[in-house]
Design a protein around this ligand. Sequence first.
Ligand code: RAM
Length: 525
Amino acid sequence: MAQVSIDLDMKRVTNKEFLEKAIQCEPVLKETMVKPVSIVDIKKSKDSYPQAVKVDDAENMSKYHLKKGDTICLDFGRHQVGYVTLKLSSVGSPQDAPAYFRLKFGEIAKEMTENSEDYDGWISRGWIQEEFIHVDVLPAVLALPRRYAFRFLEISVIDTSLKWQMVVKDVACKAVSAVSQEDVPCIKVNDGLLQKIDQVSLLTLQNCMQSVFEDGPKRDRRLWLGDLRLQALANYSTFRNMDLVKRCLYLFAALTRDDGRIGACLFIEPDYIVDDTFFFDYSLFFVAALYDYYMESGDKETLKELWPSAYRQIELTQKEFGEENLIDNQDSMFCFIDWTEGLDKQAAAQAVYIYCVKRGMEIARILGDEESAKRLAEEIKYKTEASLTNLWDEKQGLFVSGKERQVNYASQVWMILAGVVDSEHGAAILDQLISLSPDKKMVSPYMNHHFVEALFMCGKKKEAIDYMKYYWGGMVSLGADTFWELYNPENPAESPYGSSIVNSYCHAWSCTPTYLIRKYFEEDK
Ligand code: RAM
């Protein structure tokens, strides 16, 4: 079972002024009414990704008289996040028993073929989007209180009676988001697959941009710092909703542990509250996210106000280093990096630290805080030297991690992104990595994003584009209209949760191709 680093005894503190600023930036969500486009049949197949086959137009749904055991599956055309209302009635004799039916929502066709009773994973089955409903009196308008993330809605009648049947007269979804994909111009790249990848990235980001940048509108519907950093980058290249980023930064700075440590994620309901999960890398990414925000918005006031919170993350994470300026060996979930089983995170965590401290040093310089800038420059020097002396394996031409000197993707990628090696050296490392193909690869689109960014940074444009087409294009070829939380092309059913039923298929950290294409590629074509 995967574990996270949890601090059950933590004391929380709230900076009311910061919280107030975050509340002032709360977006008014745009609402769009969406109707299903067709009735489909999702064919169970040996193929792990079944497709939905159209059997009728959605406007014919009221022609279906549903009795015990009957099912109809509606396709809303593409992924939606919103509130669903159904108009139901009956035909036949007077309604002499309740209508009893099951509603099942799925983000992709595969979910519709999975049986929730089989779920035996370690996170809550409550995330499975399924309702068992009784309606005593028809006709009725059923307005569901939950917000769903879905493209497909299956209505299965468990029972009516022998004398009457249920009719679904109309179904509508009030879709919500802080932004609208239609406001973003298409990429100027003459490549159909890249255009498609860009559009799918945009819809992913749009549907995650709610009251905060959620990680996934199906699950966990929370603001996670690692996801936020990437969403914000994608947002700068597309929607440019600066207030939503500002809101999230102020929320993280407002809601901390009593020592100032920023949590890995936070909740906004019923109250604003920071979770008790902490990751070394996620706390540090507050520094990087603040830096990126300033570079894009020029909002120096926010930079100045939040700099002490950012600096505090460096001070606190600094304690994780031993005398020789190397991260002490820790339990595997002290730092996130990726969901890869058995991944040794020492080298990647060391590099994330250097990456973030470099951005911290830049902030200090921008704000004229010369003393901190000097201290951070020394910190970068020591940690970089320690990495090159202890974690670089000259014989293998790769970085190693931990006591077992594990070779993995994450260490190389993060050492490159952190600038521990220059781009020429980085290119050689990537060549060596790809040809060696070590066991410990990448699982999440989050880690794959960093790999692609490293390729771009080392001048490997063609490889980066080819890899994006292979990885994100792989999801497109399996029918994705939003990108997924997890995708391992070599094992498409993989899930860190014990079962893919609870995987999220519109997930923030996979939306970055729109950023990568626009930043590194578009101007060339
Ligand atoms: C998962 C979520 C989230 C991510 C964490 C670390 O629970 O998918 O997006 O940031 O992992």
